[in-house]
Ligand binder design. Structure first.
Ligand code: PMP
Length: 358
């Protein structure tokens, strides 16, 4: 098709492809790392009590209700907290604000597939650093000149968590640029980099309410860093869109943060299911990095991942599969309820037995 003249002025990007959101009765949805349990009952209660002001008036552009609740919970100053419409919003703003130099930013070759999309959108040069054979980050790769560093911990889609020492090494080696640690999955067993904020002013830690706090639909994410970093981030945010989080999201997010017991119980439950599923998957001939997230990145010893993915899909069991170099023989399976995981395991057992592979 021939280009129109006006197309010369268009910003062209290759967009991120989100996991599908099917809505079929009886389906088992294990493809986008959502929480299988409802949010805290406090959240539901607060939702019922919302009055019409929440709809009629603009929300607080500083998101103070939420940033204060988070500051209290994480023992930091409210000025150190930046909230956004899911951590995707926080990360996109952070790319725009912190990665503004000429040198390439660095991130792992196998990682969250939004990073190269934001780099493309914001015209940020980047280079990827290959994970080692056991899917771990090699901190020495991050010692070369760069315009910033970002990596998830635990990493996605591998689920592997790096030690706090490794994270600190990368932050320490890069004091002249900003290092973003994307902790979307940190509540499922990893050690957060937040305590490092006392020592390093170039660190920005990003987390989300979408996984461990069961609020993916509300779209709440946040980042915590040095006050100066957060001020720069707010300057960019207020040059882009002042009203990001709506009032219900701020109110309900703050309620979720206050219910620590429910949060701990829910994450413990997911971790227990994950460990049980790991054992069964291993017995069925799968191998996987030792996940510290709410998903498992698994490969079968004899059946190609693409084939298992299709078979599951036909049974309305949705998992995630990428036909990409290095990871095209892996399935990323979100941890659902025990019943959902039992249905998945029963299907896999039958399917594998039917192939004569056990
Ligand atoms: N970071 C990582 C590593 C993720 O996997 C996701 C989920 N797709 C996000 C950030 C964004 O999550 P959300 O925008 O729902 O907070």
């Amino acid at each position: 098709m021939e280009n129109r003249k006006w197309e010369e002025n268009i910003r062209r990007v290759i967009p991120y492809v989100a996991g599908e959101q099917p809505n079929k009765a009886g389906m088992i949805k294990l493809n986008t790392n959502e929480c299988p349990y409802p949010p805290s009952p406090q959240v539901e209660k607060a939702l019922k009590e919302l009055d019409s002001k929440a709809f009629r008036l603009y929300p607080d552009p500083d998101n103070r209700l939420l940033t204060r609740a988070l500051a209290e919970y994480y023992h930091v100053e409210p000025e150190q907290v930046f909230a956004g419409v899911g951590s995707d919003d926080v990360l996109s703003m952070a790319f725009m604000t912190f990665f503004n130099g000429k040198k390439p930013i660095l991130f792992p070759d196998v990682t969250y597939s939004f990073y190269d999309v934001w780099a493309g959108l914001h015209h940020i040069p980047y280079e990827t650093c290959p994970l080692d054979e056991s899917w771990h980050i090699r901190p020495e790769d991050y010692r070369r000149p760069n315009g910033g560093v970002i990596f998830p911990n635990p990493n996605a889609p591998t689920g592997l968590c790096e030690s706090l020492d490794t994270v600190e090494e990368i932050v320490r080696d890069n004091r002249d640029c900003v290092v973003i640690v994307d902790e979307a999955y940190i509540d499922f067993g990893g050690e957060s980099a937040l305590p490092l904020l006392k020592k390093y002013d170039n660190l920005f830690v990003v987390q989300t309410f979408s996984k461990s706090r069961a609020m993916a639909g509300m779209r709440i994410g946040f980042g915590i860093g040095n006050e100066r970093l957060v001020k720069y981030l707010n300057d960019v945010k207020f040059s882009f869109n002042s009203y990001t989080l709506n009032l219900p999201a701020q109110v309900l997010g703050a309620e979720a943060v206050r219910d620590e017991k429910y949060f701990r119980d829910t994450t413990d439950r997911i971790i227990a299911t994950r460990e049980r599923v790991k054992q069964r998957l291993a017995e069925l001939g799968f191998t996987f990095p030792d996940s510290m997230a709410n998903f498992i990145f698994a490969s079968h010893k004899s059946i190609p991942a693409g084939e298992i993915f299709q078979a599951l899909r036909e049974r309305d069991i949705y998992v995630r599969y990428w036909n990409k170099p290095r990871i095209n023989n892996y399935l990323r399976i979100t941890i659902g309820t025990d019943e959902e995981m039992d249905a998945l395991l029963a299907f896999l057992e039958n399917f594998i037995a039917g192939k004569g592979c056990r």
